[in-house]
Structures are given as C-alpha cells and as structure tokens.
Design a protein around this ligand. Sequence first.
Ligand SMILES: NC(=O)c1ccc[n+]([C@@H]2O[C@H](COP(=O)([O-])OP(=O)(O)OC[C@H]3O[C@@H](n4cnc5c(N)ncnc54)[C@H](OP(=O)(O)O)[C@@H]3O)[C@@H](O)[C@H]2O)c1
Length: 305
Amino acid sequence: MPEIKDGQALARVKYLSMDPTMRVWMADIPQYMPPVQIGEVMRSLGFAEIVESRHPDYKKGDRVTGLTGLQEYVIIDASAKQFFQKVPKIPFVSDTVFLGVLGGNGLTAFFGMEIAQPKKGDTLVVSAAAGATGSIAGQIGKIHGCRVVGIAGSDDKCAWITKDLGFDAAINYKHPDWKEKLAAATPSGIDIDFENVGGEIMQEVLNRMNLHGRVALCGLLSGYTKENPSMANFGTVLVKRLRVQGFIILDYASRFMEAATQLGQWKMFGKLKDRETIVEGLEKAPDAINMLFTGGNTGKLIVKL
Ligand SMILES: NC(=O)c1ccc[n+]([C@@H]2O[C@H](COP(=O)([O-])OP(=O)(O)OC[C@H]3O[C@@H](n4cnc5c(N)ncnc54)[C@H](OP(=O)(O)O)[C@@H]3O)[C@@H](O)[C@H]2O)c1
C-alpha cells in the first residue's frame, strides 16, 4: 500500500476499462502517447474512489475516472501532470457508465459522429458495431435520422444491435456472403463510414461509398496485433473524393462536459442503450484485453476489481 505525502490522494481502483488502444500502447511504434515501457505499470483508464487525501482538490469518498493503470491503488499527485476527472454519483446510474457510454467510448462516438456530419437520410455504416464505441456511434446516427448498418462478428451481436438498439440492418462479417449482404443492406450506397476496424472490412465499405462520402477514422483495430497491417486502398479515397478524418478523443478534452451532458440526456430519454461485459479480477486483465481482438465482448468491456 503506497503512503501519501502532502499534495497527494490515494484512490482505490474499482473498475478498469479495457480498450483496444492498450495493445497499441504496448508496441514500440510511433503513436499518440509514449509506448508503455517494460517494468512500468500497464497504462489503462479506470474508475477509482479516494480512500485517503492530502490533496487540495479531493476528499475521501470522491470518485474519479482517469489513467489509473492496471493496479489496485493509484496515487493522484497535485504536482504531477495526470489525467483524472471527478465524476458525480447519480441515482440509479451504475459507476461503470463513466467508463463506457458517459466515458471514453461515448465521447469518441459523439465526436466521431460530429466529424461525420450526418444528415437525415444518409446511410451510415459502423464497423465493430456491437462494441463499446460502435454501438453508441450507430445509435447517434439513428438520432440524426440516418439509415444505420452495423458490421459485427456474430449473429447474436447482429440481433442485439438491430432488435435492441434500432440499427436498420446488421451484417455478420464472419459469414462467407457478408459482402453481398452489405451491398443488399446499402442499396443507395454509403455516405458515412464510422471506421473502427480497417483492413478488408474498411476496403469493402469504401468500395460502396458515394461520391463525397465522409469517413470518421476512429480506429483500425484489425491491424493492432499485426506487424504489417493491410491497409484499405487509398485510390478509392481519390476517385470517390472522400473526406477521411482521423481523430483522437484527447483532442476534444475541452468539450468533454458538453458531450457528456448530451450523451447523458440521450441515455436518460432511452435514446442510447448500452451493454457491458464484466470480467472479475485484476489478474484476468490480460485475458480480457485479448477478448477485444477475439470478439469476446458485447458493448463495454470492464474488469471489476
Ligand atoms: N480515436 C479515438 O480516440 C478512439 C477512442 C476509443 C476507441 N477507439 C477505437 O474504436 C475502436 C473500437 O474500440 P472499443 O473500445 O469500442 O472496442 P470494442 O468495439 O468494444 O471491442 C472490439 C471489438 O472489435 C471487433 N473486432 C476485433 N477484431 C476484429 C477484426 N479483425 N475484424 C473485425 N472486427 C474485429 C470485436 O467484435 P466482433 O465480434 O464484432 O468481431 C470486438 O468485440 C477501436 O479501433 C479503438 O481503437 C478510438
């Protein structure tokens, strides 16, 4: 148990957010944050409760989200540059929503869909559509009046996003005829690609894009475990005059409160539904990370300590 000094608070980590980017953080490649070094605590987002405080901004019982790391306790230090944010206790709302729909994934879906500039009647395709980010992005598309088609890796996931979340169609990319099914589900072509996966799925979606379509490039997770990931053909971007914009959610930090307020309202009015896959025990975190790449999760994947 670490001991705190003046200016520090000790927080007990209750939930850890499992994110595909953790695999990227482990790779010695250029990226948006420094790669985690051997011997360091593995970086992760988490939800924690302050148990002891000599920090000016926190008192015992305060609840925070931020980069807790895969550990049971974290020290929050007033003099260090750390990313922690206090979160409120809301009646009938679980703590874990601050890691999912009201946390990083909801915010990512929100700003990604802002980049996509959805218009009523647009056809939006979302990959990894039954995951934490994709499931919310698709529902935001529905709120904007889009025809929403999700791509996911099992029939159960496809049933969830169409029957419970209101997607107009879902394609199981593990079925051999998925490309024909995608074509049938997008008879007027595709106006927006909310891209989470990359590789062959992204290429097939780009092939069906309409002129001047928009691609919100959120992630390329099919390549995170590969040394030489296959990339979609950039020629398609040229001939279809697509607008492709990559984004990293950290760039929108100054607008997190505005987005979380909107997401919270949508959730309260039943316009956003979410699901969680909870794995118990810190020691299970490495297996949990792998689930993101084998499709073991539906909705937000969380490790409960
Ligand atoms: N830009 C940003 O700031 C930002 C922030 C957060 C997340 N992201 C990105 O958003 C994407 C989704 O992240 P998430 O946290 O919401 O994870 P998630 O979607 O909850 O989980 C990942 C899902 O991806 C699917 N998948 C895994 N490997 C695949 C493959 N080779 N081909 C197709 N689908 C595959 C799996 O579902 P199936 O069963 O459907 O295969 C898996 O459940 C990732 O690319 C992530 O990097 C970006």
